[in-house]
Design a protein around this ligand. Structure first.
Ligand code: ZN
Length: 266
């Protein structure tokens, strides 16, 4: 039997929390059938660990580049200038611009700057013909508005960690974007399964957002890419189709987002 291949479209596996057992974590990921993980950048401090990890495991890890909205603070212009320099010095190295977007959960005082940073980076995506990875915590309607009114991203991309309503899911799909589904779908009392059941698996990709948002039964613990099997199993249950079918659909979707060539060329 051929084991289904899974793709983790969003994982911060370069973070320090894996310093002790990163090689073992990668072995667990491979034995779980997770063939690839796409690594989003956060800010200027994460560039080096991210690129090092991708260099050490070029077959498994693919870098993405961008400034996370939670890192848009007083000095964001300097941060984004550094990220721009790294990105444009070797643009073909990156599978997407990310993660970018708006985060209205923590500090609201930087919202205008977050919006400016998101628009600027979406323009890079168009310039380089790359998709975008969108972080949309408590801000999904504003992101949709920006993408409709201010900057249309030609290659579209992924609404990472989607947890919105059916209406929001439909608007996102209508714009040609995919929904990144992670551990939240396995949480008790989550409304997400109902929303997903209504829209079907055709616009979904899998993600962990590791080390955050571990699925049940690891909720609250450190997440890792091998746990994506719990997310896939939950989707199989929601749609009442085999696990292997979920793997096939979500892997195909991920390949569409990132473009097949990115998966095979170095
Ligand atoms: Zn993330």
């Amino acid at each position: 039997m051929i084991r289904p291949v899974l793709i983790d479209t969003h994982a911060h596996l370069y973070e320090d929390v894996y310093a002790e057992d990163r090689a073992d974590m990668i072995l667990r990921m491979q034995s779980a059938g997770v063939a690839k993980a796409y690594l989003p950048n956060v800010d200027e401090t994460t560039i080096e660990p991210l690129l090092n990890l991708c260099e050490n495991y070029p077959e498994i890890f693919v870098p993405m580049m961008g400034l996370h909205p939670c890192s848009v603070k007083e000095n964001w212009k300097a941060s984004i200038a550094m990220i721009e320099k790294v990105l444009f010095s070797n643009p073909s190295r990156y599978a997407a611009i990310g993660e970018i977007g708006l985060d209205y959960y923590w500090d609201k005082s930087f919202i205008p700057m977050q919006q400016e940073a998101m628009i600027l980076q979406a323009q890079w995506a168009n310039e380089l013909n790359l998709p975008v990875i969108l972080h949309s915590r408590n801000s999904m309607d504003d992101i949709i508005l920006l993408l409709k009114k201010k900057i249309k991203v030609t290659r579209t991309g992924i609404f990472h960690c989607f947890t919105g309503s059916l209406e929001q899911a439909q608007r996102i799909i209508d714009m040609g974007y995919y929904l990144g589904i992670g551990g939240v779908v396995t949480f008790k009392n989550a409304h997400l399964p109902e929303v997903l059941k209504a829209i079907g698996p055709e616009h979904l990709v899998l993600e962990t957002d590791a080390p955050y948002l571990s699925p049940t039964p690891y909720r609250g613990k450190r997440n890792e890419s091998s746990y994506i099997t719990y997310v896939a199993a939950k989707l199989a249950e929601i749609f009442e189709i085999p696990f292997s079918k979920i793997a096939e659909i979500t892997t195909q979707n991920a390949q569409k987002v990132f473009n097949q060539t990115v998966l095979t060329t170095e």
